[in-house]
Design a protein around this ligand. Structure first.
Ligand SMILES: Nc1nc2c(ncn2[C@@H]2O[C@H](COP(=O)(O)O)[C@@H](O)[C@H]2O)c(=O)[nH]1
Ligand SMILES: [Mn+2]
Length: 379
């Protein structure tokens, strides 16, 4: 079981990280503040825990009501991994990077038809379908670094694609509406609760489709096919028999394999969540490395000189980064994130997951146009 503590009769807080792991005090205080909210039953902090705008990121929260703030402004944000039918050793990084630039452009496919085919009602934000967005969203071409479990289905010769994106303006609008209403907890059987859940489910399905369209665009650019390996949302609510489970920057541990990415300069890990995990982990595991430094504090840490900016456009594995927004290149530098090995070590040490494979980044695609960042894309 994790490090647990209970303060003044509040809901128990379980932290699944070693005392030596990098966890900001501000994030722990946010977790404790959540545990003090009336109706919150249990709180689990993952090793990627860090402070967030509306509450901690890297946690799961069980409550008797829906708390829209716990989900945040990007409901449905998640990771999807795809296998490409091309051999990674055949890829020429610069040629692949050149082709993948297309994915950062607006999508000119049949959006209405795409959404209708998947039973998604039209919304005001559909023009963004098939696009990555800003912030730390990305589409990344990867090669297999190591296969630890030969039965996990990962082919060490193939190239893979990891897509991290959310529901764009939909999730933002969903939270804004709740803020306008006073950001109250919602009973699941109330009209407001049902309306939230309906819009939330739409945002989750839209975000999932968005990741698939991004993958199709990347595969088309690389002249290959993309087969889904695994996918999950890490910002969501799940209505369970034992309460309302909120995940904010936490991946599900009850839906099969999960990718836990490091950064554009680090390995990503495919893990198998363990059925024997302690129940205090609330059916969840870490969703990434988690931020070590917030965006504003990255300015001045890296990218001050031209040579350092050139370094930021490559990765330590000889791969490249497509990002024409200079501020974003700095804010999302690999140094902004905690070491992923520590996060994975904590997941293993606390019996939450085992590693089945790891991947290294070849080309990371972020924003190419210098459009203004959307508020929902920022922490
Ligand atoms: N492989 C990559 N991983 C990245 C990159 N930028 C961020 N990250 C990781 O993703 C999670 C996502 O966090 P979220 O709270 O915004 O959902 C983050 O913690 C990092 O570990 C990247 O370019 N490539
Ligand atoms: Mn996310």
């Amino acid at each position: 079981m994790g490090n647990s503590h209970r303060v003044d009769g509040r809901a128990p807080v379980h932290g699944f990280y070693a005392s030596s792991s990098w966890i900001e005090g501000a994030a722990v205080r946010q977790l404790e503040a959540v545990a003090a909210i009336s109706g919150v039953c249990a709180v689990a902090g993952m090793p990627d825990l860090h402070p967030g705008k509306f509450g901690p990121v890297g946690c799961a929260i069980l409550a008797d009501h829906i708390h829209p703030a716990f989900v945040g402004s990007d409901a449905g944000c998640g990771m999807a991994l795809f296998a490409l039918d091309i051999a990674s050793r055949r890829l020429r990084i610069d040629k692949a990077a050149d082709r993948l630039r297309d994915v950062a452009k607006p999508y000119d496919g049949d959006i209405a038809g795409e959404l209708a085919m998947h039973g998604l009602a039209p919304s005001d934000f559909d023009a963004a379908l098939g696009t990555i967005g800003g912030g730390n969203h990305f589409c990344e071409l990867q090669a297999v670094e190591e296969v630890f479990d030969p039965n996990c289905g990962i082919d060490r010769d193939r190239a893979y694609l990891l897509v991290h994106s959310g529901s764009r303006g939909l999730g933002h609008q969903l939270l804004e509406r709740q803020v306008a209403d006073g950001l109250r907890p919602l009973a699941t059987d109330s009209a407001a609760g049902q309306a939230y859940l309906q819009a939330h489910d739409h945002a989750l399905r839209w975000a999932s489709r968005n990741r698939q369209v991004i993958a199709q665009r990347a595969a088309a650019a690389l002249r290959c096919e993309a087969d889904p390996v695994c996918e999950c949302s890490h910002n969501c609510v799940v209505h369970r028999a034992d309460g309302v489970l909120h995940r904010k920057g936490a991946a599900p541990s009850d839906q099969g394999l999960v990718v836990v990415p490091g950064s554009r300069g680090a390995l990503s890990y495919l893990v198998a969540p363990l059925a024997t995990a302690p129940k205090e982990a609330l059916w969840s595991i870490a969703h990434g490395a988690g931020r070590k430094f917030d965006r504003s504090s990255m300015m001045g840490r890296v990218g001050a000189t031209r040579s350092d900016r050139e370094r930021l456009a490559r990765n330590p594995f000889g791969g490249s980064v497509i990002c024409e927004d200079r501020a974003l290149l700095v804010e999302e530098a690999p140094e902004a994130y905690k070491p992923i090995a520590g996060v994975i070590g904590d997941l293993e040490a606390f019996g939450l997951a085992r590693v089945v494979a790891s991947f290294r980044p070849l080309v990371t695609v972020k924003k190419i146009a210098n459009e203004r960042p959307r508020r929902e894309d920022r922490r």
